[in-house]
Design a binder for this molecule. Structure first.
Ligand code: ADP
Ligand code: ZN
Length: 524
């Protein structure tokens, strides 16, 4: 594809007129160049990395209309409103429009008045829409939240799988995909699922060094949330809860404790939701207590803390939600509070959801649990998940590197007890059953399999069940045990055998109150 030289001038003009940014964020320039050159691309940037500029700016600089696919009506509306506000000719077609309004938009596209047309995937792939697109000058197609095409990812949407029809219907038009999910398998699914042709791969830096990550077991949840709020008087923060009920109860408790807080969830009704969001953005309240419904498209630069009062369903979701802290680059705090029952709750929701996404969703949940229970640098764990590595040994910005974790006594002996039990169970059972045997449980399955007679039965009975479960996950995280198959059957690895022989000593966290109180890096 050729690339007229005047594109560059047009781009400079557009950037100046509509944005006024003086520098590019990492990879934005490269991503824009791909679009101008008409070469398919896959752009992976973290949340807040500035993906929208990568297609919006060239859309305004190139002749024709750019088609932008977005999964959510609200997201589309936010972007189009923002573009219109700065005078850019943008519009959307989705199910919220009347047929009259839709006709009007398409007419404006035909006459070249509209430069950015946002559309929902299911509408775009209808034969009449594709016919229409063939009859106009399409500059390129941009697909936002492209990971939705992959069942391997955390947010599979079946309607995305039809999008390869675009490539068939518009063979000469470049397609550009954007996402914050970088798993290798998701990358492959996007390339294949959207039929990208030798796409340029642009993968951005995922580390956010100004975020301090901590994970704690939720032992006194409200107090733990309140402690974070107390460290940030008069500053903005988000508290994420898994359920609407919990949002309501946490918000009410905080308010009665004198915190300027408000709830946000999909059950609230548009007016109340908009009012509370506005109050948060305008600093009339400090804390928004919300479900995951809050945050998409919200860009408040000075969020100083994000507390998760429950474990999210995937590490992608966690990174996205916690990543709403500290967009201005200043130090901010991210605390994840978890209970064993969080995973049970998610598992149930996943099993009731989209069947095609079941396997991917369960794997994502497993990765989240791994992060939650792991013993090691949190920044390292996050960037590794995105296929990158940290350039420093001690991040200085997580509970592990700040030396806030307390470790269990006798880790070698405890680990040996656990791994021997896996051996006695002939490596045929999962973490939950193994923990029951170690705890000396009278559970039906334990008695039915005669596991009460094993030499390892009850050898950790003085420990709490959750501690044993955590230790098993920690051994998995450190590679001494592996979970295989659908049921997560525990297997002993080579290094697990070294532990049995006493040649390697794992790290196990102290039970219950796992965290020493530390004032490191918190506000003075
Ligand atoms: P993403 O879609 O990757 O999550 P956005 O496109 O919403 O990110 O951009 C996040 C924020 O960063 C927006 O407020 C946007 O205006 C801002 N932004 C994007 N690019 C730049 C830039 N080059 N300089 C300054 N701010 C930018
Ligand atoms: Zn660290």
């Amino acid at each position: 594809m050729d690339r007229p030289a005047n594109h560059d001038d047009a781009l400079a003009e557009v950037l100046e007129q509509y944005w006024g940014f003086d520098t590019f964020r990492p990879l934005q320039r490269e991503a824009i160049d791909s679009v101008l050159a008409g070469r398919d691309s896959l752009v992976i940037l973290p949340t807040g990395g500035g993906k929208s500029l990568c297609y919006q700016a060239p859309a305004l600089a190139m002749p024709g209309v750019a088609i932008i696919v977005s999964p959510l009506i609200s997201l589309m509306k936010d972007q189009v409103d923002a573009l219109k506000l700065s005078g850019a000719p943008a519009a959307f077609i989705n199910s919220s429009l009347s047929s009259e309004e839709r006709r009007k938009v398409l007419q404006q596209v035909r006459t070249g008045e509209i430069k950015l047309l946002y559309a929902a995937p299911e509408r775009l792939v209808r034969p009449q829409t594709l016919n229409f697109l063939r009859s106009v000058d399409v500059s390129f197609v941009a697909i936002d939240e492209a990971h939705c095409v992959s069942t391997w990812g955390h947010d599979f949407r079946p309607e995305y799988t039809e999008l390869s029809l675009l490539k068939q219907a518009l063979p000469g038009v470049a397609v550009h995909a954007y996402t914050a999910t970088a798993a290798e398998r998701v990358r492959q699914d996007i390339t294949q699922g959207l039929a990208l042709r030798d796409p340029q791969m642009l993968i951005g830096p995922f580390d956010r060094p100004n975020l301090v990550f901590r994970v704690r077991r939720a032992t006194r949840k409200l107090d733990q949330v309140q402690e974070v709020i107390d460290r940030h008087p008069g500053e903005s923060g988000i508290v994420y809860c898994i359920s609407r009920n919990e949002v309501e109860s946490v918000a009410a408790s905080l308010k009665s404790a004198g915190v300027r807080a408000a709830p946000y969830h999909a059950g609230l009704g548009d007016t109340a939701r908009a009012r509370n969001q506005e109050a948060f953005l305008k600093d009339r309240i400090d804390v928004i207590v919300a479900t995951v419904a809050f945050g998409m498209g919200i860009d408040k630069p000075d969020v100083r803390f994000v507390v998760h009062a429950g474990m999210p369903k995937s590490l992608e979701a966690y990174v996205q939600e916690s990543g709403r802290a500290g967009r201005d680059g200043l130090e901010s705090e991210c605390l994840l509070l978890y209970k064993g029952s969080d995973a049970v709750l998610w598992r149930r929701m996943i099993e009731e959801g989209e069947p095609a996404a079941l396997e991917g969703a369960l794997r994502s949940l497993g990765e989240m649990m791994r992060y939650t229970t792991s013993v090691g640098c949190r920044h390292q764990a996050i960037v590794e998940h995105f296929g990158q590595s940290l350039d420093r040994h001690n991040c200085g910005a997580c509970d592990y590197c700040l030396d806030e974790l307390s470790f269990a006594d006798e880790p070698l002996i405890n680990a040996q007890k656990i791994i021997s039990c896996v051996a006695r169970l002939e490596q045929r059972f999962g973490a939950s059953h193994t923990a029951k045997v170690l705890a000396g449980s009278k559970d039906q399955n334990v008695t039915r399999f005669n596991h009460t007679t094993l030499s390892t039965y009850g050898i950790l009975k003085h420990e709490h069940g959750t501690t044993i479960r955590d230790w098993i996950e920690q051994l998995v995280g450190q590679g001494h045990l592996a979970k295989v198959g659908e049921y997560g059957v525990l297997q002993i690895t080579t290094s697990g055998r070294e532990v049995l022989r006493g040649e390697t000593t794992p790290q196990l966290l102290a039970p219950a109150k796992r965290v020493k109180e530390s004032r490191a890096r918190t506000k003075e």
